[in-house]
Write a protein of this length. Structure first.
Length: 202
């Protein structure tokens, strides 16, 4: 196994064109200095710097061999950093998937990385987020509180089944505490994002 090559320090991230005499590999090292990147991000960067396809492919292969470029590790580390955040700021698997796609990570790699987030953790996070929004809408009738809370959860990337479970528990708790004016037989809510205007906070 080859020894992982160190990235030089004291280099600038912003390099808008190919530096005279610099190889594609060296240019990639500059780009990787501030933080980890995905294969596609490095390829795009080198393409912007006008390196040839052959130079880019050779640089990518060398970076991989030296342990400096690995999409699987990027996805694992990305999710690990997010899930280690305090429970006051939980993030759904759906949102994590969207964020990794923005870094051009392939779906199969994302699926593997997301397996680190258990179903129990996902439901617990959804419940925490749902309770926060449910409290924010305390001045509204119960059915509307549930609808808006559900819409928020969907826009946060939580799965339909988890949203239904959370809303059912919120409705039951409201009934038990006597804070309900009307417990709906069936919980209905909009799937539109809060940004669409219908569910904007007042």
């Amino acid at each position: 196994m080859q020894k992982k090559q160190r990235i030089p320090k004291n280099t600038k991230e912003q390099r808008t064109k190919k530096t005279k005499g610099a190889s594609a590999y060296d240019e990639a090292l500059y780009f990787l200095t501030p933080k980890a990147r995905t294969v596609r991000e490095v390829e795009n960067r080198l393409d912007e710097c006008n390196y040839s396809e052959g130079e880019i492919m050779a640089a990518i292969d060398r970076l991989r061999n030296n342990g400096l470029l690995n999409d699987e590790k990027f996805a694992r580390d990305f999710i690990g950093r997010v899930v280690s955040l305090p429970m006051t700021k939980p993030v759904s698997r759906g949102k994590l998937r969207r964020q990794l796609r923005e870094h051009f990570v392939e779906n199969a790699v994302i699926d593997e990385a997301l397996s680190a987030v258990s179903d129990e953790t996902e439901l617990s996070n959804a419940a925490a987020v749902g309770s926060k929004y449910f409290r924010q809408y305390s001045n509204l009738p119960l059915k509307e509180r549930l609808r808006r809370t559900g819409s928020r959860l969907v826009s946060c990337g939580y799965a339909f089944d988890d949203v239904k479970t959370v809303l059912s528990e919120l409705a039951e708790n409201a009934e038990e505490t006597g804070n309900s004016d009307e417990i709906p037989d069936e919980i209905e809510f909009s799937f539109h994002s809060a940004e669409n205007g219908a569910d904007d906070e007042e």
